[in-house]
Design a protein around this ligand. Structure first.
Ligand code: FRU
Length: 316
């Protein structure tokens, strides 16, 4: 009797395990998407993550998992490897630097997992889709604005982003090509400030010490332009020169507000791609048609239109 009871209880228990297993193992969502961010501490990247989260929340099929490489390319490689072991269905990545990330992105792509690359590129073409704005065009627009505003004459400092990241080269080339024909425009100092405000502040202190006249600072993003502004202000020289940036992030600490406040003379919109990344990921995963290269629009943001960019919700 006891033996029968034990056999009966064992059967019931194993049946319960059998019945409950599929539910416990089922993924929360249909698609698991790894989002490899290169540096969460930059405001523009926080805006990108927020836009991606907002878009993903509208769709019940997709779950985003984020990683932050904290501006360390080796860490970002490890983050992507970790996503592979988590068996992601798709990778979204904004690579810190092109060369060090190329191999691991290719590994994911070659494994048949779609890859959406955002804003900064890798080497080669081993990805499913690239989303970003044309950084050479932005650099050119900045160069043309600068040449016009300086009446073709002046001393400029160029503060560059991380040398290993593609926008640095494109923003520099577009700018330099645009000012090339103006023989009286001179780049008196250039430095790599790695996209970071505090690094730009330090680098610009060196520029100030070495040059008793600077007419304009062209920084590859707004945080670096603000870093230069703070260094100039501390030296009592901020009125001597104009500050030009890129990003035009909304909000009270964004570049558009810095234009309204008179710290920056102009900035150029660099859309953050977060919403488009999730939209495109869903199209790819649902086997719908998508464009392989998506180019987002830029805009010139001056005192005249900065309010629209500082508070885009109000404009709608
Ligand atoms: C943030 C950022 C932006 C810049 C972009 C270029 O990490 O530095 O400010 O526009 O990256 O990739």
């Amino acid at each position: 009797m006891i033996k029968h009871l034990i056999t009966y209880l064992t059967c019931v228990a194993s049946l319960a395990v059998f019945v409950s297993l599929p539910a416990a193992q089922e993924p929360k969502r249909k698609f698991l998407v790894g989002f490899s961010q290169c540096n969460n501490s930059e405001p523009w990247r926080q805006a990108m993550n927020a836009a991606a989260k907002t878009e993903a929340a509208k769709h019940k099929d997709i779950e985003l998992v984020f990683s932050d490489a904290a501006q360390d390319s080796a860490k970002q490689v490890a983050d992507v490897e970790n996503f592979l072991t988590q068996k992601i269905d798709l990778l979204i990545i904004s690579p810190n630097e092109a060369k060090p990330l190329t191999k691991v992105v290719k590994k994911v792509f070659d494994a048949g997992i779609p890859v959406v690359v955002l804003d900064r590129s890798i080497e080669g073409e081993s990805y499913t889709c690239f989303i970003g704005a044309d950084n050479t065009e932005i650099g050119k627009a900045a160069g043309e604005w600068i040449a016009k505003t300086l009446n073709g004459k002046g001393k400029i400092v160029e503060l560059k982003g991380l040398m290993g990241s593609t926008p640095t080269h494109h923003r520099s080339k577009g700018f330099r090509d645009a000012i090339a024909k103006f023989k009286d425009i001179e780049i008196v100092h250039e430095a790599e400030a790695k996209w970071l405000r505090d690094e730009a502040r330090t680098q610009f202190e060196h520029a100030l010490a070495a040059n008793n006249k600077i007419d304009l600072v062209y920084a590859h993003n707004d945080p670096m332009a603000i870093g230069a502004y703070l260094a100039a202000k501390a030296a009592g020289r901020e009125k001597e020169m104009l500050f030009v940036g890129i990003d035009a992030l909304p909000g009270k600490d964004g570049g558009a507000q810095a234009v309204i406040d008179g710290k920056l003379a102009v900035t150029f919109l660099y859309p953050n791609c977060g919403k488009e990344a999730v939209e495109t990921a869903l199209k790819i995963l649902n086997k719908e048609k998508f464009e392989r290269k998506i180019q987002l629009q830029t805009a010139t943001v001056t005192k005249e239109n900065a309010a629209d960019f500082a508070n885009p919700e109000k404009k709608k």
